[in-house]
Ligand binder design. Structure first.
Ligand code: IMP
Ligand code: MG
Length: 181
């Protein structure tokens, strides 16, 4: 898809529906972490930045924000493997950690992150993804909070991109990655 492409993503989840669901997730997380002290939200860059911003502002429990960034190995090296490119700045030891992801597809990214953070002895670790793709789960991964289940399509917007495009759309839309324009 070129920069001049005129293809507009087809709306899959409208803005108002995302807003409602984020409120519900925040309410659920608030209930679960009531009285447990500060919750460390670990957003996975770049895709989770919009979701994390909205979720974090809806929560009422004490919370702090950290980020991690991962990159996939280029095709042909280690298939499906991920590499840490930015770590959290503060220690997760004895913290209640909630990993916040944009989307879970094969589950490899989240699995890698959870296993890595577990070695650092947090008080607890859970995960939250705005979107989960159905039918693509390759690894068993612990997912505690899910916004939406969607079919196996390429989605963009609300933080999600296709080749760095469409991240700032207010809704979640579908693009056809094979279609040029
Ligand atoms: P997984 O490791 O296969 O679960 O892939 C998760 C990562 O792939 C996500 O964090 C996204 O960065 C990316 N990804 C997977 N599907 C999509 C999509 O439909 N739109 C945008 N990014 C996606
Ligand atoms: Mg991601």
């Amino acid at each position: 898809m070129s920069e001049t492409s005129s293809q507009q993503p087809r709306v899959l989840i409208p803005e108002a529906q995302i807003e409602r669901r984020v409120r519900e997730l925040a309410a659920q997380i608030d209930r679960d972490y009531q009285g447990k002290g500060s919750l460390m939200l670990v957003g996975v860059l770049k895709g989770a930045f919009v979701f994390l911003a909205d979720l974090a502002r809806r929560l009422t429990v004490p919370r702090e924000i950290e980020f991690m960034a991962l990159s996939s190995y280029p095709d042909g090296s280690v298939s499906g493997a991920v590499r840490l490119v930015m770590d959290v700045r503060r220690s997760v030891e004895r913290k209640h950690v909630l990993v916040v992801e944009d989307i879970v597809d094969t589950g490899r990214t989240l699995h890698y992150l959870i296993e890595l953070l577990k070695t650092r002895e947090p008080a607890s670790i859970r995960s939250c993804a705005l979107v989960r793709k159905e039918g693509r789960h390759e690894v068993e991964v612990q997912l505690d909070y899910v916004g939406f289940d969607i079919p196996d399509v390429w989605v963009v917007g609300y933080g999600l991109d296709y080749a760095e495009r469409w991240r700032t759309l207010p809704y979640i839309g579908v693009v056809d990655p094979t279609e040029d324009g």
